[in-house]
Design a protein around this ligand. Structure first.
Ligand code: ZN
Length: 413
């Protein structure tokens, strides 16, 4: 599937050294330093194309954009893959509700998403892959699970035995009753009769009327959600055979931690015989005015709407950077106004002939990012620099700071 246009990233002067990046790993529930490597493999779960792109999506993709920017600035090559869940129940249900064709709905939302990512200056994936186009890979992955004797049928639907992976559950740390509850809330079917274990996950659904279907050696149907990500990641990221893990980072919003990431990782581990990702990174959720932002509450804030109202995408970026990526945060008119003012102020200061010293600012921003992407601190450093510049300090290089902000934070003014 077509990705979105490449984002130009200015080079950072070699005077600035980047320490190794430490990131919170949800699986180990601890901060871990990413080992220094020539190549990193990053897989970030993409959207199901309806209700795109709300601020929660934007916050998630921005998080991984920062990681990719940082790793690239160290001189490493970053292989980055993202999927689009263009075959899924929620998409069919929405299309049905609105009386539109699911394919047309999906295509229109994917187009919106690409435009929003481009406006927000988010680095595009090297491979942006829809499930429909990846179907042969997904079918191969299901066949591999069959070979490993980790599947069984319930009325023609094929399930993955989650405990075929001896480490199942170790990435999400949930007790069984919480796992069952969340599984049911997020598309799982713990109650279905005939399942060997209530948490076993659907990998192939037999054909249903009015839904798309694909032929396979195990019957016509369509894949479950989790298997698509295992299949796409393992194929397009081309894991190195001598690496201990298939990928370096598996990422997404914190609502994907369970069951989606646990299931994709378990399926991949059964297929390959090695752990899926070295690091599991999850971004927090964005609420609105004190409430959870969700489609059921009807209070989603869309990036494209804000931009069409004249909001500078960099102000949206600033607002989302002005928080810790792992924590849930609230959006409000005030948050947006403050960010618009901050970005205007930054623009004015970067245009000045004389500015406060900048080397120290760039070094401190790098330091803040290296410590679990502390963007809140990075923006505080920048605000202090603006205070000093406005107070008449001099000796800095505004052009160099401007380029560094683009390189590291994706703030391009
Ligand atoms: Zn996924």
């Amino acid at each position: 599937m077509r990705s979105w246009p490449t984002v130009y990233i200015p080079d950072l002067s070699e005077r600035f050294r980047l320490p190794p990046l430490s990131l919170f790993d949800s699986s180990d529930a601890a901060l871990k330093v990413l080992p220094q490597q020539d190549t990193y493999r990053i897989y970030v779960c993409g959207i199901t194309p309806y209700d795109a792109t709300h601020l929660g999506h934007a916050a998630t993709y921005l998080t991984f954009d920062l990681i990719i920017r940082y790793l690239k600035a160290t001189g490493a090559d970053v292989k980055f893959v993202q999927n689009v869940t263009d075959i899924d129940d929620p998409l069919f249900e929405r299309a049905d509700r609105d009386g539109v064709d699911w394919k047309a709905l999906g295509d229109s939302q994917i187009d919106l998403f690409r435009g929003d990512m481009s406006d927000l200056h988010v680095i595009p994936p090297d491979h942006y892959i829809g499930v429909a186009e990846a179907m042969p890979l997904v079918i191969d992955a299901v066949a591999k699970l069959d070979e490993k004797k980790s599947t069984y049928l319930v009325e023609g639907d094929k399930y993955f035995r989650v405990h075929a992976d001896p480490h199942f559950g170790e990435r999400s740390h949930l007790n069984e009753s919480d796992a069952l509850k969340i599984f049911a809330e997020r598309g799982g079917d713990p109650q279905r009769d005939g399942k060997e274990h209530p948490l076993d996950a659907l990998v192939w659904l037999t054909s249903k009327p009015k839904q798309p279907t694909w032929p396979s050696s195990f019957g016509s149907g369509r894949p479950g959600w989790h298997i698509e990500c295992s299949a796409i990641a393992l194929h397009y990221l081309q894991p190195s055979s001598n690496s201990e893990f298939s990928l370096d980072i598996q990422g997404g919003g914190s609502d994907l931690m369970f069951p989606h990431h646990e299931m994709s990782a378990a399926q991949s581990a059964v297929m390959t015989g090695k752990p899926f990702a070295r690091h599991y990174v999850h971004a927090g959720m964005i609420g609105l005015d004190g409430e959870k932002m969700s489609k059921s509450l009807g209070n989603l804030v869309f990036v494209s709407k804000l931009i069409s109202q004249g909001v500078n995408p960099m102000a949206i970026r600033w607002a989302l950077l002005n928080r810790r990526y792992r924590e849930d945060a609230m959006w409000s008119g005030e948050v947006l106004n403050d960010s618009m003012l901050a970005v205007d102020r930054l623009q004015l200061n970067l245009a000045k002939m004389e500015v406060a010293p900048t080397d120290v600012v760039i070094t401190q921003i790098i330091g803040a990012l290296s410590e679990d992407l502390d963007t809140e601190r990075a923006l505080r450093v920048l605000s202090s620099w603006m205070d000093e510049t406005e107070a008449g300090a001099s000796g800095g290089n505004a052009g160099e700071l401007s380029r560094a902000l683009d390189t590291l934070l994706g703030i391009a003014l």
